[in-house]
Design a protein around this ligand. Sequence first.
Ligand SMILES: *Cc1c(COP(=O)(O)O)cnc(C)c1O
Length: 512
Amino acid sequence: MPNSGTLDPVTIDPAETGRTTDGAALVLASLENWLKYTDLTEPARGRKQWAGMLDLPLPDDPAGFEPAIAELAQHVIPNGLPIGAPGFNGFITTGPTTTAALAQFAAAVAGPQRYGVSAFNLLEEVSLRWLAELCGLPAGLQGVYSSGGSTANILALGAARQAAFETRGIDIGRDGLPGDVRAVLYASSESHHSVQRAAAVLGLGRSGVRAVPVDNRQRLDVAALEQLLQADRAAGALPVAIVANAGTTNTGAVDPIDAIADVAERYEVWLHIDGAYGLPAAGVPELAPLFTGSDRAQSWIVDPHKWLATGVGCGATFVRDARLLHDAFTQTPATYLAAGGAPRTDSGTRGRQSAGWAFQDFGVHYDDLSMELSAPPRGVLVWIVLREIGRQGLQSRIRQHIGFARRLTDIAVRHPQLQTLIEPQLSIAAVRFLPTGQQQAQAEIDELNSEILNRIWRETPYYPTSTVVNGRFAIRPAYINPRTTIEHVDGLAAAIVRLGDELTTGARRRHP
Ligand SMILES: *Cc1c(COP(=O)(O)O)cnc(C)c1O
């Protein structure tokens, strides 16, 4: 071990810790160019070349500040993932809008943790309150941010599990799962698969999720739910929660939440609302009736990295009872965190005190309400988006996107060679090409549409994904991208027809 005599008298870390303006200047042109989204296929086509520049052995010698940033600008940024491109309507996440991207950078520089007496910490609470109000949720909920909907679901369902086992006198957070209790979750067959994962992580097992059948509009069948509950109750199983979808990922279906809440109350089961994608629509006055009953739940999730376009890494969980979330996720107190701050309370939340220095008050112990201790502030992203566009701006975005899904559906209804497989409830459409004048088996039509979708990805600026509705393959755009315009909707419809025509007439020519 070197003694202190070998220490450099002037400690200079090898990494540059200032020169932010210089560094940013070196990437700005590349970022601006990326945001033109001129050729979506370029990164994938050029893979060999840029992978060769990047996939190198561990560097021994430093490249230095400018050269490292130059590589970022030349090889990384231009070969990013274009999910923010205007024609990209595949994933239900999108690229951040400009203020959100800047807030991500600002948070990295000035708010590297979400705790302490800081504006970033305050904005966690402020934005969670705004977000709940924006989604039409009751006042006074406990919110907490996490990396996204998958984690947010685990947190909410962890609180539900805590509550369910307490009814049998078990503190599961403290004592763990008893071997003799079969605990189950109820979620429609259209629910996001993160519900299954949550069940696995929480010790209920993926097989502990009852897949409740859906009706012909992909909404949970309430009578079937009740039958499953009755059977489980008779068998002595412990119902942990019913998950209702406020917008499924596949088709944007909103479950009949009010009727589900009736069942949940009758059977005294926790109601959780998975609104990762759709819950912001519940705050739009003319859409609110679709979500009636959502204020009757015990927990909710919503992903600001979806319709609010904050950029990925931002999900929110809300619960009525902070104590349950705390008892499910608290860590045993860490002595190094106790220094300076007041001791944490059992509720996991503390009132703010007037503070003379940044670390005097840790703030809300989000670390006791979730799975992360070190975590970036995410509230600043939600805050800046809502400061920029307000509730009105978000509502007009949502209306616009729902209008896009309806427009594509209307085009499909009117066009002899297009078919719609759903009546959109939110901003997702599901359409497909139907060859005219030919009797074709469903399997062939599925195959044809799968081929059309492949060519759309390769040859057009549009990027929908696929889904299966009632066993049939559909091309599925999910509109949540602020950059998408009406031309991208019409352009996608035209591309489906053109490629469908080409593929079918080509096939006829090959096999007369
Ligand atoms: C996207 C989504 C999730 C998962 O969210 P991630 O942020 O991708 O982890 C869960 N539920 C629903 C309904 C979703 O749409």
